[in-house]
Design a protein around this ligand. Sequence first.
Ligand code: FES
Length: 271
Amino acid sequence: MSSIDVPLKSGRFPTAKFGQTQRKDKWWLEPLLVFLGYALFIVYANYAIINYNCGDRYCFEVPGTSYLSPMFSPLLTREVPTWWPSFAPFFGTMLILWAPLGFRFTCYYYRGAYYKAWWADPISCAVGEPRKSYWGERKWPLLIQNAHRYFLYFAILFIFILAYDAWKGLWFDGPNGPGTQFGIGVGSLVMIVNPILLGMYTFGCHSFRHLVGGRKDVLSTSPVRKSCYDCVSGLNRKHMLWAWISMFYVGFVDLYIRLCAMHIWTDWRIL
Ligand code: FES
């Protein structure tokens, strides 16, 4: 078996300066793309949330349909609750977005990606770090990372809620009133794809994998559990891919409904 000698510096942490490395590849490209990708989504999500009311409380529901942006679902309230402090701005989506955002923020893949891209901790393997100590995840605010499995339960619930929204997106205003006429618009298809992609991401979660079979010592004696575990493992292998696709797709669904509501795009009826 061949081997190579890798010279190690003494001490617990490398002594290289920040960004210093002997790597010759484009190690900076991935953290840069991750940084830009997250920044793009965060900017758009903030724009979408802040423009929630935009002068018309129904602006995210295309007239004649029941399309509801996934960033605002479930729509718990359109009004400012009486208990909300008057000095703080209120957006209805604040009441629900903590769950999917918490799920993504604590995701094992996301952690690895944004620790590198946003905190440079470390910025990449074998590249000098900006600090010489290891902070770990045993203190606040990073202690929240341990709640990932609990955010998972909410994320699964959201898939059902968004699937219900997609079902409602198949019902249009008809002669018998709003939402009484079955039909299919391009927006209906756009909405149906959303919970599917979110499911591919959520059901490939490491915590879900543990839940369905990982915690068992012997899986082969439980064939159903073993099959579920294999399915989850298959999704888990592409977890990064589903994480990115599902995140941007949520933004796209919001954009689609927004532009239709603003009469910039037309929602073509297929049926
Ligand atoms: S590890 Fe990524 S969603 Fe759970």
